[in-house]
Design a protein around this ligand. Structure first.
Ligand code: SF4
Length: 319
């Protein structure tokens, strides 16, 4: 193997929202016992999902598949209002793992809709988060993915139009669309705060820095994780080859021919254990140096949902 140095991106991996969602499922299993149903993959990572499945989590695509009175956790990406209504009607014990940053976007969408505004959402059609957010004000939200989509929009009064964005897109990804929105609708109301999540931005910034120092970048993450796939693109955009791998077993030695420095990062839904296995893969093959490239420190933490925290507090201490 030619590679002699591995540079680890910091920050990388689990964001506060994913960390919390995984912990919520584990704590719900502790508090209520198996099975705990989970609406949609709790996070977009097959290793995390498998590990929780082994502990007794049952993943479903739709809350109506879950038996009456059962315990259900809603995933970090957020869910539309009808999912809550269905679950309530079925008497579920509902524990909401929606990331608080996604909830904030939901609240903005509902507020704009109450003010009779039209809302352009910049996001990917079919993504779980987009389904949850557009559901907050279906008649008012217009989804766009590209600047060309903006050209197809028209509103009676553009001073009553604003926009929101999918949290897992970066500023770079939304910049073109937002620019086109501002050109096309001069009266466009600017949102009070950015919806872009700190974790998405920080992980992309860290890869940009890696790309200046590496010959190749590896991203640990699943195909289903849009933020992981985007990290690959960020590197490729800077002419540094990059590959998405679920784990160390997917590394192809042929990628490393003539490569001296390898960059390593992971998507917001990839557990650190998988990164450690990749590091071991390299050190087992004689790699000499492992270093970290720190771009920014993160200290974001979210609290547990109130109903789960209460249930855990009521339980007698073990032992
Ligand atoms: S990427 Fe950001 S918005 Fe999404 S779950 Fe993580 S912290 Fe929340």
């Amino acid at each position: 193997m030619d590679a002699h140095t591995l540079l680890l991106a910091a920050p990388r991996g689990f964001c506060a929202g994913v960390d919390r969602a995984v912990l919520i499922v584990e704590k719900a299993l502790e508090a209520y016992g198996a099975p705990v149903h989970v609406r949609h993959e709790i996070v977009h990572n097959k290793h995390v999902v498998e590990a929780l499945r082994r502990k007794g989590a049952v993943f479903v695509e739709d809350e109506t598949e879950v038996p009456e009175g059962a315990v259900i956790v809603f995933s970090a990406h957020g869910s539309p209002p009808e999912a809550y209504e269905n679950s309530r009607a079925l008497g579920h014990t509902l524990i909401d793992a929606t990331c608080p940053l996604v909830t904030k976007v939901h609240q903005s969408a509902r507020r704009y809709a109450r003010d009779a505004m039209d809302i352009v959402m910049v996001g990917h059609a079919g993504h779980q988060e987009v389904i949850g957010t557009t559901g907050q004000a279906r008649d008012r939200i217009h989804l766009v993915e590209t600047p060309e989509d903006v050209d197809g929009l028209s509103f009676a009064d553009d001073s009553q139009v604003t926009y929101i964005t999918q949290t897992t897109l970066s500023m770079d990804e939304t910049a073109d669309v937002v620019e086109r929105l501002n050109q096309r609708f001069p009266g466009l109301k600017q949102p009070k705060s950015q919806d872009i999540c700190y974790a998405t931005q920080n992980r992309q910034d860290a890869v940009k820095e890696l790309a200046t120092r590496c010959d190749l970048v590896l991203v640990v993450g699943s195909e289903t994780s849009s933020n992981s796939k985007r990290l690959v693109e960020v590197s490729k955009d800077r002419s540094v080859p990059a590959y998405l791998i679920d784990d160390a077993s997917e590394i192809d030695a042929a990628w490393l021919e003539g490569v001296g420095t390898v960059g390593l990062t992971s998507g917001a839904s990839a557990p650190e254990l998988l990164v450690e296995e990749v590091i071991d893969w390299f050190t087992d093959r004689g790699l000499e140096t492992v270093d970290t490239v720190l771009v920014v420190e993160e200290d974001v933490e979210f609290s547990m949902p109130a109903n789960l925290a209460r249930r855990l507090a009521e339980q007698p201490a073990a032992g």
